[in-house]
Design a protein around this ligand. Structure first.
Ligand SMILES: O=P(O)(O)O[C@H]1O[C@H](CO)[C@@H](O)[C@H]1O
Ligand SMILES: Nc1nc2[nH]cnc2c(=O)[nH]1
Length: 294
């Protein structure tokens, strides 16, 4: 029987606008900062003050989360004086969403007035000096799906969001990274925080031994199934980006008896998510608040 490939899910500017307008009608908060919470890392959103919670199922055009550890709601509120919107749950291509759906919220946030994106994720450690529970400040990424054609900027370019050819050598904001590093020193947590390169793969399989070794050879320090697509779209809209990986497991590169699994990812998050929350809060506390936010 002949099969046809599913059509790419095209989102029009009007779709993004409609979602942004609807969200704007649900709250008077106008965040300048968006935070995407990775697997098991939604606790950050619980710390917001003056919370307004909006389930994804109520939001026009929004995808739904299907992954354990991703709650599926937006939380608006204030963190360390900054008006924020947090995604408690993100979308992945392995769930069956295409790159436009995975990145849909980022363009909506930009239309809402967001200027800075903080991305967090759970990731497997490839760098042999990383331990489970360590935090990696993302200094660069390898967008493997994007490099081979599954890039959210493929297709007609909408100049209202950004230019056709996007530079990504500056994807992770140097000033924010420097501020993050200063906060690490101030909090005395240097031993468990590293800077490194995040590699996005499509998943949902965890790496084979040969794949883990290959990714390490490529120059990746940590690997996961998210983030790079969101960052590409954020940069296309001109947002500043700060990224964190919580190292939830070591990628298996030799011992065949070890088996990566999502339960261990969530357990590591449970144990160490508070360290990441403390670091993010510490960084935000040092960032000047946009006067319009006051
Ligand atoms: O990247 P986040 O969403 O944090 O989740 C990571 O954890 C899941 C696998 O355990 C995958 O979804 C991977 O990408
Ligand atoms: N691809 C991948 N994603 C992850 N997310 C959390 N841990 C891992 C991992 O080891 N590999």
């Amino acid at each position: 029987m002949a099969t046809t490939a599913p059509a790419a899910h095209r989102c029009s500017y009007e779709d993004y606008e409609a979602t942004a307008k609807w969200l704007g009608s649900q709250t008077e908060q106008r965040p300048k900062m968006a935070i995407i919470c990775g697997s098991g890392l939604g606790g950050l959103a619980e710390q917001l003050e003056n919370r307004v919670v909006i389930p994804y199922r109520d939001i026009p055009n929004f995808p739904q989360t299907t992954v354990v550890g991703h709650q599926g709601q937006l939380v608006f509120g204030t963190l360390e004086g900054h008006q924020c919107v947090c995604m408690q749950g993100r979308f992945h291509t392995y769930e069956g969403y295409d790159v436009n759906q995975v990145t849909y919220p980022v363009r909506v946030f930009s239309l809402l007035g967001v200027r800075t994106l903080v991305v967090t994720n759970a990731a497997g450690g490839l760098n042999s000096s990383f331990s489970v529970g360590d935090i990696m400040l993302i200094k660069d990424h390898i967008n493997l799906p994007g490099l081979v054609g599954n890039n959210p900027l493929c297709g007609p370019n909408d100049d209202r969001f950004g230019e056709r050819f996007l530079c990504t050598s500056d994807a992770y904001d140097c000033d924010l990274l420097a501020l993050a590093q200063q906060t690490v020193e101030k909090q005395g947590i240097r031993a468990s925080v590293h800077q490194g390169v995040y590699c996005m793969v499509s998943g949902p399989t965890y790496e084979s031994i040969a794949e883990g070794r290959a990714l390490r050879t490529l120059g990746a320090d940590a690997v996961g199934m998210s983030t790079a697509l969101e960052v590409v779209v954020a940069r296309h809209c001109g947002l500043r980006v700060l990224g964190f990986s919580l190292i939830t497991n070591k990628v298996v590169t030799d011992d065949r008896t070890l088996k990566a699994n999502h339960a261990e990812v969530l357990v590591a998050d449970n144990n160490r998510a508070q360290d990441l929350q403390g670091l993010v809060r510490g960084i935000l506390a040092q960032m000047s608040v946009d006067p319009e936010d006051l």
